[in-house]
Design a binder for this molecule. Structure first.
Ligand code: IVH
Length: 677
């Protein structure tokens, strides 16, 4: 590659890394695993090594964490919260130790080895022994104030006897693997998006506006460093012992080592124990023990020179495919699932794994009876890598994908150019059940305590067949007598009715989402709701079969419009909507609130238009962020547009906005407004 190509690749990598960073830090929803992120990052570093001029202040190699914090008050750190340099092999560690000895001008340097806990770092400040403030790392200089949430973590003392007057402790907030599995099980039942791994679950749980949610998640805190002028400590080992004495949890797997052999033995032992630990550990941290040497070494803009993290490779395991079943989802998509002999990968017991779709399954030729290799690389959903052909049993046969739906028996269809195979029967029971589960889930009607299990049992017993039945349960109970059903009593039935009644008022976007229209999830529902403005607009559109007009919404393409039209071509679906929410004049079983009455975002009730090319955010991300803060995002400028965000080379729309005298801001201004929140 010549210079120009490298420069282009550098820009590409910078944008990609920034986007992954935002997914990780802001949305707690990474799109790549650590190893994939590191590979991109290392590629960027290599280019910068060759062409240092490409390493501008905005390069990802100059950032720690990410800049935009959204929902919390900001908290400046007393001392920067840096990150750790990564090592991937023994040579990297050897080089590190050698460098330290040279820079410190010492022949022998002791290192403390600690497990690298896979959570999120937090700083906790005590004044006169009382917990005063707590924050996340943020961009390393300014974090998010999560004091109220940290106060709910039982591991963290709120008061400390014999505590130095000004005292700050830093450490890692983590979620135990067992709590993580239980949380995801519960979220699955409620139809909520699953957390990718315990680290994301911990981050999502700490970064909650409601501390009660944090409290319910049973987070833990492992302390590993101290900042205080009011105590004299001379080594990392002393710090750990001091923290333990004050009542903090400190890892018990810590060792002092003098040479590489000891350092590598600790790493191997830790890697072997990794799967049996109650929490995720993604490597070993090597730290200079002597604090005066640490100080002498100082730090670069990103990393302290006294420490390094030696990461573990992705965890793999072998197991046997006991069976392959096909599952029918809410929109009729049929997915092959491998049922596995339960195996622990990275501490999480795995007994099922998706095989994605028919084409993928056939291409990889995974069979019942096969020994397979599974990998969990930072993500909870393990990937089936490949079968071990040498161990394939002689009797094995290629899996025959069924030609009919396992639930209703109708023919399965595959659209040309699409991988998905569908059951097209709208009355298929499996689909109806999945639709109802989606209808009551948190992102939809959010009916507390009415999870997947209850829906399945009520459906099987003929108690509910469609969404409207749910809101008629109470009036039908004179005949149904739910309190006499197995597992139910008077109190639990009353609680259920209370939850159902509490969910009778719903915003238009959630209502649209609840209907389960293919391809119309949370984000698309929001766009549609903003477009319709109120329920009247929505019901008029579906009754007059006018779905085509949705094509004018930025972000809604022809295939979504087609799915919307097909869905409402079915009279039954229109009737469900009418029955639930009325015809716009007379009311139904639920009330729908208008769009734009919420006041919880900086952009609430404002309509935003993005134009020109944005440098830091992709269009999709910009839209997502704007909507997160209450905006309606539109593609066309009119006198009603509140703000236009103009990127580079903005043309016609910007000119029109100037003509109309609209408020025009840059991408940076947009990010700053959000950051101030
Ligand atoms: S020391 C300068 N010790 O790893 C940062 N960090 O990848 C000093 N981490 O931001 C941190 N276990 O969140 C340290 N035993 C440990 C750790 C640890 C996990 C995290 C921490 C840090 C990240 C860097």
């Amino acid at each position: 590659m010549d210079y120009n190509e490298k420069k282009k690749r550098h820009a590409e990598l910078s944008a990609l890394l920034a986007s992954h960073s935002r997914q990780y830090y802001i949305f707690d929803d990474p799109k790549v695993n650590d190893a994939e992120y590191d590979a991109l990052y290392n590629e960027l570093l290599k280019i910068e090594e060759e062409f240092p001029e490409l390493r501008g202040a905005k390069s990802p190699s100059n950032q720690v964490g990410t800049k935009i914090s959204s929902k919390f008050k900001k908290a400046a750190h007393s001392v920067a919260m840096l990150s750790l340099e990564n090592a991937y092999n023994e040579n990297d560690i050897g080089d590190f130790m050698e460098r330290v000895r040279k820079l410190a001008n010492e022949k022998n340097v002791d290192f403390v080895l600690e497990p690298k806990l896979d959570g999120l770092s937090a700083s906790i400040v005590y004044k006169n022994g009382v917990l005063n403030a707590a924050s996340t790392r943020g961009d390393g200089f300014i974090g998010e104030d999560v004091t109220a949430n940290v106060l709910t973590i039982r591991d963290i003392p709120q008061k400390i006897e014999d505590c130095p007057q000004n005292f700050e402790v830093r450490g890692e907030v983590i979620m135990l693997k067992s709590d993580f599995s239980a949380l995801n099980d519960q979220r699955e039942k409620e139809g909520e998006k699953l957390f990718a791994n315990p680290r994301n679950a911990a981050a999502g749980s700490l970064r909650q506006l409601d501390p009660q949610i944090t409290a319910s998640r049973n987070l833990h805190f492992f302390a590993y460093s101290v900042i205080s002028d009011d105590v004299t400590l001379s080594s990392q080992m002393e710090i750990l012992n001091f923290l333990r004495k004050l009542g903090f949890t400190v890892s018990s797997s810590v060792a002092l080592c003098k040479d590489q052999a000891e350092a590598f033995a600790f790493y191997s032992a830790m890697e072997k124990r990794r799967a049996d630990l109650e929490y995720d550990v993604d490597g070993v941290v090597y730290k200079v023990n002597d604090l005066s040497i640490q100080e002498k070494l100082g730090s670069s803009t990103k990393f302290p020179r006294h420490a390094i993290a030696y990461k573990f490779p992705a965890e793999k395991a072998q197991t046997t495919v006991l069976n392959i079943v096909v599952q029918v989802g809410r929109t009729g998509n049929v997915t092959p699932i491998a049922e596995l002999k339960p195996v622990t990968v990275g501490g999480v017991v795995v007994s099922r794994a998706t095989l994605h779709n028919k084409d993928d399954l056939e291409k990889r030729d995974i069979r019942v009876g096969d020994r397979i290799i599974l990998q969990r690389a930072g993500d909870v959903i393990p990937q089936v890598l490949h079968p071990i052909l040498a161990e394939r049993p002689a009797y094995s046969r290629a899996f025959q994908f069924p030609s009919t739906c396992p639930s209703c028996g109708s023919d399965l269809l595959q659209k040309e150019s699409e991988a998905a195979i569908k059951c097209a029967n709208p009355n298929c029971e499996a689909q109806m059940i999945e639709k109802l589960i989606h209808f009551v889930s948190r992102q939809s009607f959010n009916i507390d305590g009415f999870g997947e299990r209850n829906i399945r049992s009520f459906f099987k017993n003929g108690i509910i067949r469609n969404p409207a039945d749910i809101f008629r349960l109470e009036e039908r109970n004179a005949q149904l007598r739910l309190e006499n059903m197995d597992g139910w009593g008077r109190q639990s039935v009353e609680n259920l009715f209370r939850s159902i009644n509490a969910s009778r008022t719903i915003s238009l976007d959630r209502f649209i989402n609840a209907l389960g229209i293919p391809q119309v999830g949370r984000a698309v529902s929001k766009l549609m709701a903003a477009f319709f403005g109120n329920y009247g607009g929505f019901i008029d559109c579906i009754r007059s079969q006018d779905g085509e007009k949705l094509a004018s919404i930025n972000g809604i393409g022809p295939s979504i419009v087609e799915d919307f039209n097909v869905f409402f071509d079915r009279k039954e679906n229109i009737n469900t909507v009418l029955e639930l929410a009325g015809d716009g004049v007379s009311s139904g079983l639920v009330q729908i609130t208008d769009v734009g009455t919420s006041s919880d975002g900086v952009f609430s009730r404002q309509s935003l238009v993005f134009t020109g090319s944005l440098e830091k955010l992709s269009r999709e991300e910009a839209k997502e962020l704007a909507e997160k803060f209450g905006a309606r995002v539109s593609s066309s400028v009119s006198a009603k547009t509140s703000i236009i965000v103009a990127g580079k080379n903005a043309g016609r729309k910007l000119a029109l906005a100037q003509e109309l005298g609209l408020k025009i801001i840059s991408e940076d201004d947009f990010l700053k407004i959000i950051e101030k929140r």
